[in-house]
Design a protein around this ligand. Sequence first.
Ligand code: NDP
Length: 280
Amino acid sequence: MTSPHKTRAACLIGWPAAHSRSPIIHRYWLRTLGIEGGYVIEAVPPDEFKDFIFRLSLRGFVGANVTIPHKEQALALSQPDARARAVGAANTLWFEDGELRSTNTDVEGFINNLDACAPGWDQASDALVLGAGGSARAVVFGLRERGIARIHLVNRTIDRARALAGEFGASVLPATWDAVPALLPRAGLLVNTTSLGMHGQLPLEVDVGALPQGAVVTDLVYVPLVTPLLAAAQARGLKTADGLGMLLHQAVRGFQLWFGERPHVTAELRALVEADLTKT
Ligand code: NDP
C-alpha cells in the first residue's frame, strides 16, 4: 500500500500499468515548472479498484489517470463530465468541491494535436474514421464537437460502427471496409483508430493517393512513431499528426487539474518520450 504523500501527488492506476509513459510526461512538467509534486504508478487489480478509488484522497492523491482495464469502472465511481459520459470511459480523475470528478482527455488530446500539427484541418466537410473501438468514441465525439458535417465510420465489425452512429447521431455514417475506396476522394481528414499498422499487428492497407489534395492524415497508433500510413501520407506531401502527439496533448488537462498550472507540449518533452519508446 502506498503511504500518504507529503507533497501533491497524482498516480496512474492500471493493471498492468508498468508500461505507461505518463510518469515521464508528468515528472517532466513538474520538474520544468518547478512544482513540488509527484506522479507514481499504482498497479491495482480489478477487484481492488473500487477500494483504491474510495481511499484515493486518504492515500494522499489529488487525482489520477486511469487506464486499462479500469476506465469504465472509473466512470461509474465518479461524477463524469459530458465527454467522459459520451465516450463511456473516464481516464482522468480529480477532486472538486469534495467530489470525485472525471473526464476523458483523449477527446482534447486528439483535437489539440490536430490543431497543433495541421491548423485548418476542421475545414474538412467529410472525415473518414477507421475503427469503432474505444478510442474511436473519443475521436467521433471530438469531430462532432468541432462541427465536421459527415463522419464516415468504417469498421470490420459493422454492428459496432452502427451502434456508435446510433448513439452519436445523423452526422456519423457507418460503413464497411469495401466502401473505403469510394470514401477516400472526399475525405478531408483520415483518422486511423484501429490497431492496424501497430508493431506486431497486421498492416493497414489504405491508398492515401486517393485522398484529395490538402487532406490531413492522423494515426492514433504510436508504435512505431511514424506508421506506414503516416509515411505514405508524408511522401504525398499531406499534413500529418501522429499518435505520440495525441498521447502528449491528452496529458495536459490532468496535470492542470492536479497541479494548477497548464503545461506545454514541448519538443524537449516529445524527444524524451520518443527516446523511451525507441529504447523499448
Ligand atoms: P479497441 O480494441 O477498442 O478497438 C480496436 C479497433 O481496431 C476496432 O475498431 C477493431 O475492429 C479494429 N481492428 C483490430 N484488428 C483489426 C483487424 N485485423 N482488421 C480490421 N480492424 C481491426 O482499441 P482502442 O480503440 O482502445 O485503440 C486502438 C489503437 O489506438 C491502439 O493502437 C491504441 O494503442 C491506440 N490509441 C492511441 C492513443 C493515443 O493517445 N495516441 C489513445 C488511445 C488509443 P473490430 O471492432 O471489428 O474488432
